[in-house]
Design a protein around this ligand. Structure first.
Ligand SMILES: NC(=O)c1ccc[n+]([C@@H]2O[C@H](COP(=O)([O-])OP(=O)(O)OC[C@H]3O[C@@H](n4cnc5c(N)ncnc54)[C@H](O)[C@@H]3O)[C@@H](O)[C@H]2O)c1
Length: 249
């Protein structure tokens, strides 16, 4: 078991990649805190973990809100005494070019994807520092390093997450905190179903990379496990593309 006795927070853990990550990290021995705005699905993930005798908690969290991020970390420490792993996975994507995208959509994507990562990390780092270390995995996207049609705000937000990862790694290496980023290609999740439904440009639909299929969420969770655990002990400030070869061409 790669995470025996560790405590892991997964934001956006109610669905898709976050849900698979909660399940895999639990399989590897972690006690798991699922944080999400979706109380029904989030509690269902936790209930399913508990049926497998995993120690798990759901904490209602809107990662855009300071008080929620603070409470998420406080509840985790109250319940489990520590925070070893933070997976900043909660994210949203609304299609639109710069003319189509509204300011409200801009705020929603930047606040969830960037501010949410900032706030949860802000409150987790002091706990990790006191413990002598931890790992943070930010879920960015291949959209952090390439542009896609009608994805202008999302691409900007994921680029910010990628470079925030590097800056966090610089600041907290001396605290024993490793910070890395995962860049998935297209993954078969509810987000992708919504994204493909609104995507008119044929090139986008072909964008599965060399493997010609979307990833299963479990395949992204394996990359997150690698970055969260000692398997990646010599890695910080980096990114791992789990993209079916998307960035290779
Ligand atoms: N699906 C893909 O193809 C893909 C590719 C690259 C990166 N990603 C990234 O992976 C992450 C997970 O995406 P997914 O495909 O599993 O999406 P999803 O829509 O299935 O799950 C996202 C989860 O985040 C939660 N969430 C949304 N806003 C929140 C908020 N303010 N506070 C807390 N929780 C919130 C949702 O309720 C949901 O449970 C996102 O950051 C996304 O940008 C997804």
């Amino acid at each position: 078991m790669r995470l025996k006795g560790k405590v892991a927070i997964i934001t956006g853990g109610a669905s898709g990649i976050g849900r698979s990550t909660a399940e895999l990290l639990a399989d590897e021995g972690a006690r798991v805190v699922v944080a999400d705005v979706d109380d029904v699905q989030g509690q269902a993930v936790v209930d399913a973990l508990r049926r497998r005798e995993v120690e798990a908690e759901f904490v209602h969290t809107d990662v855009r809100r300071t008080a929620d991020a603070e409470r998420l970390v406080a509840r985790t420490v109250e319940r489990f005494g520590r925070v070893d792993v933070l997976v900043n996975n909660a994210g949203v994507n609304i299609l639109g070019d710069v003319v189509e995208a509204t300011e409200d959509q801009y705020d929603l994507m930047m606040d969830t994807n960037v501010r949410g990562t900032f706030l949860c990390t802000k409150h987790a780092v002091p706990v990790m520092r006191r413990q002598g270390g931890g790992t943070i995995v930010n879920v960015a996207s291949v959209a952090a390093v390439v542009g896609a049609h009608r994805n202008v705000v999302y691409d900007a937000s994921k680029g910010a997450v990628l470079n925030m990862t590097r800056a966090l790694a610089v600041d907290h290496a001396a605290d024993g905190i490793r910070v890395n980023c995962i860049c998935p290609g297209l993954v078969d999740t509810p987000m992708t179903q919504r994204w493909l439904a609104g995507q008119a440009h044929p090139d986008e639909i072909r964008r599965y990379g060399l493997l010609q299929r979307p990833a299963r969420p479990e395949e992204i969770a394996q990359g997150i496990l690698f970055l969260a655990s000692d398997m990646s002990s010599y890695m910080t400030g980096g990114y791992l593309a789990v993209d079916g070869g998307f960035l290779a061409v």
